[in-house]
Design a protein around this ligand. Structure first.
Ligand code: SF4
Ligand code: SF4
Length: 144
């Protein structure tokens, strides 16, 4: 027969004191939370989020679409004159599925697609996909 050991009974006040000690350790430390959006967070130097596209530099090679592990990039027809992009195709990006892996930036032969520090991409429209033209805009110029 298996003998079941009774758990040791703790004195209730010990837990309370231990909790108070933990609180007192942090009470005079500078808080790590910020009152966003009134206060902006300090971002690490290497932080990157939002993807941008230089339309004139994109040659429509589709490498970014092929390398994206989440199929977040799809090539779209854009009717604009660009002698470097004869097929007139440019990537869009679905930020709802993008995991910010940076593969698209790494593989782009012309450095047309790149990630930058912008992170305030909240929106009211029911789509996280940025068209190629929207990728070329600053975040505050995109219609939300
Ligand atoms: S950062 Fe990664 S997941 Fe996001 S679009 Fe580029 S390749 Fe796809
Ligand atoms: S953004 Fe770069 S990798 Fe993507 S289609 Fe354009 S040139 Fe090719």
């Amino acid at each position: 027969m298996i003998e079941v050991k009774e758990p040791k009974k703790k004195i209730p006040v010990v837990g309370l004191i231990s909790g108070m000690l933990t609180v007192s350790k942090y009470i005079f430390k500078k808080p790590v939370t910020v009152q966003y959006p009134e206060q902006k967070p300090e971002l690490p130097d290497r932080f990157r989020f939002r993807i941008f596209l230089k339309l004139d530099d994109c040659v429509g090679c589709t490498l970014c679409e092929q390398v994206c592990p989440n199929h977040s990039i799809n090539m779209q027809k854009v009717d604009r004159e660009n002698p470097r992009n004869k097929r007139k195709i440019y990537p869009d990006v679905n930020f709802g599925t993008c995991t910010v892996c940076r593969n698209c930036q790494e593989i782009c032969p012309t450095e047309a697609i790149y990630l930058d520090k912008e992170f305030e991409t909240a929106r009211t429209r029911n789509s996280f996909t940025y068209s190629p033209e929207e990728l070329a805009l600053k975040e505050n110029e995109v219609i939300k």
